[in-house]
Design a protein around this ligand. Structure first.
Ligand code: WTA
Length: 654
């Protein structure tokens, strides 16, 4: 009788892959040890991978000491990020494709934008910004679809030293106006419409609505992308393409300090409104470009595709800054994985002969559900490596990705990182570290993870350990502050476990020293790889006139990773109806955006509260997870009977 074949739990890269990889196992050991032993010396060397107008003499000046959190890298160096991503390639690769733009509909021809064209368009965009008074240090909000102008706008800001803040095009007018106001932006760059999956989002109309709540002086630069009619406010609205055609094709770049901000990116936290994460210029670029090259084992001439949106940090670091600093060919995809059919990703891989493909587990799970035949139709022989980001990848999805997309020959890099970290923190280097499905494996150079006991904050010294994940020392890609609120920065990341950067994630380390991220331990949930603060959804719900109270938690969701489960208490005389449930979902979509739509709403006449009135979210989480046998002690509740009622009427029944 034949034995069932046990799938191997460790997957080393093939000998062929290792032979050509930038870093092999011995190389990783040596470089990692060097980076940990003397970070300043290590980064002094690797900081040279980018061009400096004035070279740095100081490398690392960082402190995680409570009350004095300060992070500076290469602090006396001067550079320009746009010059690094564009101009410096002009002598060697002016006619090489920098960006392949793949439109929403496959019948619309793709664009191949060379480095020379990228330079010209970036300069033209920069000149338009300058013409409207944008100068060094000003903030520019970018609210665009995935179109080349988004790249030009980012690089144009970097060129003139302006600070961009991209707002994902799926966000609502409210979310947009909050970000314009918080960053005190001088202008917003938007488009008429954003086509996606065959539908169009009215970005200009959203921007008009947002600008009603902003300073009258905020200019609105509109990219006429689809050409459809929109409203037009003369004196405020500017036709970007028309002005780009008029201005000079060259714009010189300014010198900025390594620690001058490059961008602000708002992200969800466990409490309050979204936080404006600030990344600066020198350290961020060094880290984005180095991780892009090493993690993806990127080689000159490869075609790299990161399927994220530039509205998220993944798009910043691995569609734009990392790849372009490395002189790569990077793909910008306007569409979605399932339009016009579930084979679109693979069709694009075949069409552009993609070598490295980087996506999120939620997309893999969704496509897995459509069947492998959609993959088999396309020639994926160009693929050398696959990547995953955004949430832990479940072994089933990992195996499907490996077998059907990678054909068993592509290493899969499971990259753990955050908006705050600028680039990968824990990830296999593909030629060096054998993969284990579901594990982000080992730290990148210069990253020193520790696992602390969540309750006692004690450092777990055994190799095999479990607890919360913290980092003991700074790396160049780390965020520097929260825009306008350094105190909140300290409070959010350095106060819970003093002396450490706290990721907010739980983590397990196995006996081989591999790290396994177990998910957020705070009130942040991860829906389809997008971060969402439960507090944000709650405050949207209670803003509805019929809602008295709301508590939101995450629950396991087959495709999305986590779904949004809302417990809603209605105003006294309001009838709970299916109609109202639909209304509330629509309401939240309007308030925040479609990514925040509650999946399940449970009418809850009472919520479990302590006698001091604090909602016991632990209990709500357990009920949402169907784990109501493990509710723990409920005796401290003001009214323990609400728990029975909630269990009896729970929405997530399996
Ligand atoms: C989660 C996205 C497990 C994690 C780059 C983190 C992951 C949050 C992984 C950051 C991964 C990201 N394995 N979990 N490979 N990658 N996460 O800021 O909970 O949108 O804290 O950055 O996503 O999400 P953010």
């Amino acid at each position: 009788m034949s034995q069932p074949v046990q799938a191997p739990s460790v997957y080393p890269a093939s000998d062929e892959f290792v032979a050509s990889a930038h870093v092999d196992a011995a190389g990783y050991e040596a470089m990692y040890s060097a980076s940990a032993a003397d970070p300043a010396a290590f980064w002094a060397e690797h900081g040279k991978r980018i061009d400096w107008i004035k070279p740095y003499t100081k490398v690392k000046n960082t402190s995680f000491e409570p009350g004095n959190i300060s992070i500076k890298w290469f602090e006396d160096g001067q550079l320009n990020v746009s010059a690094n991503c564009v101009d410096r390639h002009m002598t060697t690769r002016a006619n090489q494709t920098a960006i392949i733009w793949e439109p929403d509909h496959p019948d619309t021809p793709a664009l191949h934008i060379t480095y020379a064209q990228l330079l010209e368009n970036t300069c033209r965009m920069a000149n338009v910004l300058k013409a409207h008074g944008v100068t060094k240090g000003d903030r520019v909000v970018i609210y665009l679809p995935m179109i080349p102008e988004a790249a030009y706008a980012m690089l144009a800001c970097a060129r003139i030293g302006a600070i961009h803040s991209i707002v994902f095009a799926g966000f609502s007018p409210d979310a947009l106006s909050n970000r314009i106001n918080d960053s005190e932006a001088k202008c917003v760059i938007t488009a008429d419409f954003a086509p996606r999956g065959g539908r169009k989002t009215a970005l200009k109309a959203n921007t008009d609505a947002a600008l009603l709540h902003c300073d009258d002086r905020v200019k609105c630069l509109v990219v006429k992308h689809t050409g459809d009619q929109t409203s037009w406010v003369s004196g405020r609205d500017i036709d970007v393409k028309a002005e780009m055609a008029e201005v000079s094709p060259y714009c010189s770049y300014v010198e900025v300090n390594a620690e001058d901000p490059l961008f602000i990116l708002y992200t969800s936290g466990s409490t309050g409104k979204p936080k404006g994460v600030v990344h600066t210029s020198g350290g961020y670029l060094v880290y984005a470009s180095m991780t892009h090259q090493m993690t993806f084992d990127y080689h000159d001439g490869d075609v790299f595709w990161c399927t994220a949106d530039v509205g998220w940090v993944t798009g910043h670091s691995y569609i734009i800054y990392g790849p372009l600093a490395n002189g790569a060919t990077t793909i910008m995809f306007e569409g979605v994985p399932t339009y016009p059919d579930a084979g679109r990703f693979w069709e694009v891989c075949a069409k552009h002969k993609v070598n490295q493909f980087y996506t999120a587990p939620t997309a893999i799970r969704a496509l897995m559900g459509q069947g492998a035949e959609w993959v088999e139709k396309h020639d994926l022989s160009s693929l050398k490596l696959l990547g995953s980001v955004g949430e832990p990848i479940n072994p089933e999805a990992w195996n499907w990705y490996n077998t059907h997309v990678g054909k068993g020959k592509c290493p899969i890099v499971d990259t753990f990182w955050q908006t705050e970290t600028g680039g990968h923190l824990i990830t296999p280097l593909p030629g060096a570290v054998p993969q284990k499905p579901g594990s982000a494996t080992m730290p990148f150079f210069g990253v020193k993870p520790v696992i602390l006991d969540a309750a006692t904050a004690e450092v777990q010294t055994e190799t095999a350990a479990e607890g919360v994940l913290c980092i003991t020392d700074s790396w160049p890609g780390q965020m520097r502050t929260l825009w306008g609120d350094h105190a909140r920065f300290e409070e959010a990341y350095f106060s819970q476990y003093p002396g450490y950067y706290f990721t907010g994630d739980g983590c397990r380390r196995d006996a081989d020293g591999y790290y396994w991220i177990t998910g957020r331990v705070d009130d942040v949930i991860n829906v389809s790889g997008h971060r969402m603060g439960t507090a944000e959804v709650e405050s949207a719900l209670v803003a509805h006139s019929m809602v008295a109270e709301a508590a939101v938690v995450g629950y396991p969701h087959e495709i999305k990773g986590q779904g949004i489960y809302a417990y809603v208490t209605l105003m006294n005389d309001v009838e709970p109806t299916d109609e109202l449930r639909k209304d509330l979902v629509k309401w939240v979509r309007q308030e925040i955006g479609p990514i925040a739509s509650p999946d399940l709403i449970q009418w809850s006449p009472g919520l479990p509260k302590t006698r001091s009135g604090k909602i016991m979210r632990r209990i709500l989480r357990k009920i949402a997870e169907n784990d109501y046998d493990a509710l723990g002690d409920i005796s401290t509740l003001a009214d323990p009977s609400v728990v029975e009622e909630l269990i009896a009427n729970r929405m997530n029944r399996r």
